[in-house]
Design a protein around this ligand. Structure first.
Ligand code: BG6
Length: 642
């Protein structure tokens, strides 16, 4: 039991249903001169102010090392807003209102006098603005200082401030199971569980919160939400960026600590937890923790077969820019064993999910930026239409950059014959809601100010998620990878991640965004609806190295997108005329002009392709006559210049 003597927290005010409550109180940001405040917190607070969600009796005090005055702090934030505001149109009056509520006190984190000064300023500002009596302390500082600041805050009596005081702790929360436990113990000595708000910015994303709405507000899916109807679930968060300037942090961290232990576990919990009876914070957090506790911790056998790691070597992005190998990034050692990619298969040992795997995957310097959750339903054993057993129904949660939910299903194609075609039912945020883009921190700050911990991680959630990944971290530390780098920057990641699913008779669903097709000159200006329709009609095809995908001279009826691997285009005398990589489209000219193929295309490595049949292509083009005219015009110009 915690030995703190902190006051009991006031009951959260309702965040759900009804008119939103205005948040009041004093937000104290420790480390306020840093990037987080400028980039995310201040734009989020401004958005809240513009949306009328901050009360008059609200104020912000920043503390950091910089010897700034209130005015200098205001100026730095004003300059930050010019760069980082997410608002479509600026509201000068609201910013002035917010700026007039910014205060600052300089201080070193190890100096008790700094905390005493902070407290004095809090009293002064509290009286001036009426914001006293509800304090939120935001630790916007490096985790190296958590322990120290925690001690100093406690010594200065912050945990017992009148009216209640809560503490927001940023990720990373520990670097492994034992440090996370130690940090929790140190916090719980001085603060009650209800006072500690551990942030995971994924829970601030609308699309992640919508997982809860989807599960609880749409009973249609509830009877299907189990291993009897669902074949497996894939949760992928892939990034195109490498580690850029963050080598020092990242090399101590790796993708398991950076993404899987926190962001992916949060999404896993929302998708697979038992539906809580209410939206009460305790009910939701209890359900999430219970789910993680049911996840089987990988044993020796699982570590060998169900956990794949990768590190990127040099490569080229699909936009043509080159990426250095991870080991050549600033502050990364030449022999670094840090993983920049991981794919892990997990099992959930409870009645609902027994026997059904969940695959998690995340990595840096990959072909595509996108976070998606794909729920693959089981195919009916005796489907009357023989609906491709290999083409099952999918429910896709597009978390980002596309935002929405989609069901992939089959539909009868118009015409006298009964022919099926893949079709999509889609809810798209951009088409449905007229909301300003946020930073994701709006809801987190707002709920924390109101004392609603639903979106924050409880001690047991954080520790259980570490328990799940700790054996993986141990095994990968004890046995450094012999094959790093094992994937090229700009590719889909190591082949072993594919093989892991192939062994199970499955494959990763690469959810292609329309911008993939936009990279082809032909589709650069095509409307999104056309691109989506083309993508939906594509089917996957895997070929081995050496396979001729296209024969020169043949009258081809298909176009392709290369998803993984490398292909070469060979001219009349067998000379190489081009190299095709992930993201490249090919074969579309022959479709448009019914002309023989002008080059042979041969796979140089095992390749995963998406194929669009000529008939589908022509039908879709007929449905979009304006776009067809544009595509033909570009293609004609291209043909004339080739
Ligand atoms: C952060 C990680 O927590 O999440 C970064 O430290 C990662 O490495 C980022 O890039 C991803 O967040 P988002 O919101 O861009 O998906």
């Amino acid at each position: 039991m915690p030995t703190h003597s902190a006051q009991r927290e006031p009951q959260p005010e309702p965040r759900v249903h009804g008119a939103p409550v205005m948040a009041r109180g004093l937000l104290v940001i420790l480390g306020a001169s840093g990037d987080l405040t400028k980039r995310l917190l201040m734009p989020a607070l401004y958005n809240l102010a513009c949306d009328g969600l901050l009360a008059e009796d609200f104020a912000i005090i920043g503390m950091a090392r910089q010897e700034w005055t209130h005015e200098e702090f205001r100026l730095s934030q004003r300059q930050g807003m010019e760069k980082f505001s997410t608002r479509r149109s600026a509201d000068a009056a609201r910013w002035q209102w917010l700026e007039s509520r910014l205060y600052y006190t300089p201080g070193e984190f190890d100096d008790p006098a700094a905390y005493a000064r902070l407290k004095e300023l809090m009293v002064e500002v509290g009286e001036q603005t009426g914001a006293a009596g509800n304090t939120l302390l935001y630790l916007a500082i490096s985790p190296d200082f958590f322990g120290l600041v925690n001690q100093q805050l406690a010594a200065a009596g912050f945990a017992n401030l009148a009216g209640g005081c809560r503490l927001i702790v940023e990720k990373p929360f520990g670097k492994d199971l034992s440090s996370a436990r130690a940090l929790n113990a140190a916090l719980l000595e001085r603060w009650s569980e209800e006072q500690i708000y551990r942030i995971d910015h994924y829970l601030g994303k609308e699309t992640v919160q919508n997982l809860l709405a989807f599960r609880l507000a749409n009973p249609l899916f509830a009877p299907l939400w189990n291993a009897r109807h669902i074949d497996h679930i894939q949760i992928s968060a892939t990034e195109t960026v490498g580690v850029e300037t963050r080598g020092e942090y990242y090399d101590r961290t790796g993708v398991v600590r950076d993404m899987l232990q926190n962001h992916l576990m949060q999404m896993l919990a929302y998708v697979c937890m038992e539906p809580p009876a209410t939206l009460d914070p305790d009910a939701v957090r209890e359900a999430k923790s219970a789910l993680l506790k049911a996840v089987r911790v990988p044993d020796e056998a699982a570590l060998a077969t169900d956990c794949v790691r990768g590190q990127y070597g040099e490569g080229v992005r699909t936009d043509g820019t080159s990426v250095a190998a991870y080991r050549s990034e600033p502050h990364v050692g030449q022999d670094s064993n840090t993983e920049t990619f991981a794919a892990i298969k997990l099992h959930i040992d409870n009645d609902r999910w027994a026997g059904m795997p969940v695959y998690l995957r995340s990595g840096k310097a990959l072909w595509k930026r996108g976070t998606e959750i794909v729920v693959q339903f089981k195919a009916a054993a005796d489907a009357p239409l023989g609906t491709a057993a290999g083409d099952p129904n999918l429910l896709i949660f597009h978390i980002q950059p596309l935002q929405g939910v989609e069901i992939r299903m089959h539909a009868k194609r118009p015409g006298p014959t009964f022919v099926l075609q893949r079709a999509g039912m889609r809810f798209d945020y951009a088409e449905t809601f007229e909301a300003s883009r946020g930073t994701g921190y709006e809801v987190l700050l707002y709920s924390a100010l109101l004392g609603d911990p639903t979106l924050f991680s409880r001690t047991d959630f954080v520790e259980t998620s570490w328990e799940i990944v700790q054996p993986v971290l141990n095994a990968w530390r004890e046995h450094p990878a012999a094959d790093y780098p094992n994937y090229r920057a700009g590719s889909w990641g190591p082949r072993a991640a594919e093989e892991m699913l192939e062994r199970d008779g499955r494959h990763w669903h690469e959810i292609l965004n329309p911008d993939v097709l936009k990279r082809s000159q032909l589709f650069a200006t095509a409307p999104a609806v056309l691109l989506n329709t083309l993508l939906l009609a594509m089917r996957p095809l895997s070929v081995d190295a050496g396979t001729c995908v296209i024969e020169r001279g043949a009258t081809g009826g298909e176009m392709y997108v290369a998803c993984r691997g490398e292909l070469e285009a060979l001219g009349a005398s067998g000379q190489r005329v081009g190299l095709l990589r992930e993201g490249d489209c090919f074969g579309e000219m022959a479709l448009l002009f019914d002309q023989p193929r002008s080059a042979t295309v041969r796979a140089l490595s095992p390749c995963d392709l998406l194929v669009l049949g000529g008939e589908d292509f022509r039908r879709i083009m007929r449905d979009f006559p304006d776009a067809e005219a544009d595509v033909r015009r570009v293609a004609t110009q291209r043909r004339q210049h080739s």
